[in-house]
Write a protein that binds this ligand. Structure first.
Ligand SMILES: NC(=O)CC(=O)C(=O)O
Length: 296
């Protein structure tokens, strides 16, 4: 599918970026999350080590991996970043396993404010990045689901990208996946992979989770990884599960069902350049026209 010839390469893409790694193995850990915070964190640490043993170089956890998902839980489970006990456990696990950890999300306390925050730890345990969910999940679908994160959470106001071993990676959290502008900004900063810890639900998940992941991958021609908690039908908020890895062509390379499990798959970074040279939409945008229309 990604075969290309020199002739097919668009002249503006003949200079290939030199990635130190042409590919790597990613693990998406679909954790069973319950009310016991220390059990949730211990399980995450165990899965990080297991993923590393199976060859993962990057391990991503789901949204709200140390706390049940719900506005009534965030205050009780919140911790300061990076001094809290969950961050300490993630840093230690990353260093001991020698693997980069995208630490899903946790409720972060910062002064009077609470955020839904993703932390990233390199293979020495150093904090590489922190992303605060930028688009809060406020929706109202009558007789299905009403959720208002903004009742208790504050929104982040930063785009977050980071580099690990020469690979530029962008972060979004769950509802952030619905905003193509944000993905575009991260792609423009040079990302070849976007990772979204997320917990869609039984109403939006079946219709939108994979569709939105594939849309962002096709729009920006990059890899998209979606890491979800496992489904617990007895939970207050029921996660759709289905952690998924999508390639720059928009094809689902691997996905889980709703059960606790870990998705392990190879990411081939050369496909980013291949797809971008085959379908060069990134250099074909008519910003001359869009800008004129916006200004008129
Ligand atoms: N939980 C979220 O932030 C988003 C979600 O479930 C949806 O967009 O649907």
């Amino acid at each position: 599918m990604f075969e290309t010839t020199t002739d097919a390469v668009h002249p503006r893409f003949t200079k290939k970026p030199a990635y130190p790694l042409s590919g790597f193995k990613i693990a998406l850990v679909q954790l069973a999350v319950g009310p016991d915070k220390s059990k949730n964190v211990a399980q995450a640490v165990k899965e990080i080590h297991l993923a590393k043993e199976k060859g993962a170089q990057l391990v991503a956890l789901p949204e709200c991996f140390n706390s049940p998902y719900g506005t009534q839980f965030f205050k009780e489970y919140a911790e300061e970043v990076p001094s809290g006990s969950t961050c300490h456990a993630l840093s230690k696990a990353a260093a001991e396993a020698g693997v980069c950890v995208i630490g899903g999300t946790l409720p972060e306390r910062c002064g009077e404010k609470l955020y839904n925050t993703c932390t990233v730890w390199d293979n020495t345990g150093k904090l590489l990045a922190r992303h605060r969910k930028m688009h809060l999940f406020d929706i109202d679908i009558p007789n299905k689901i009403t959720f208002k994160e903004s009742d208790v959470l504050s929104a982040g106001d930063q785009i977050t990208t980071f580099e690990y071993q020469g690979i530029k990676i962008g972060l979004g959290i769950c509802y952030d996946l619905r905003f193509p502008e944000m993905a575009r900004l991260m792609a423009d900063q040079g990302c070849s992979l976007l990772v979204y810890p997320g917990a869609f639900n039984m109403t939006t998940g079946p219709q939108h989770w994979e569709l939105l992941g594939r849309a962002r991958a096709v729009d920006q021609q990059l890899w998209v990884a979606l890491a979800a908690p496992a489904r617990d039908p007895a939970a207050h908020y029921v996660s759709w599960g289905h952690s998924t890895l999508i390639d720059p062509w928009g094809a689902v390379r691997a996905h889980l069902t709703d059960q606790p499990d870990t998705l392990l798959a190879d990411i081939d970074l050369s496909t980013v350049d291949e797809v971008r040279s085959q379908i060069p939409v990134r250099v074909q945008r008519r910003t001359d026209i869009y800008d004129t229309i916006q200004k008129s």
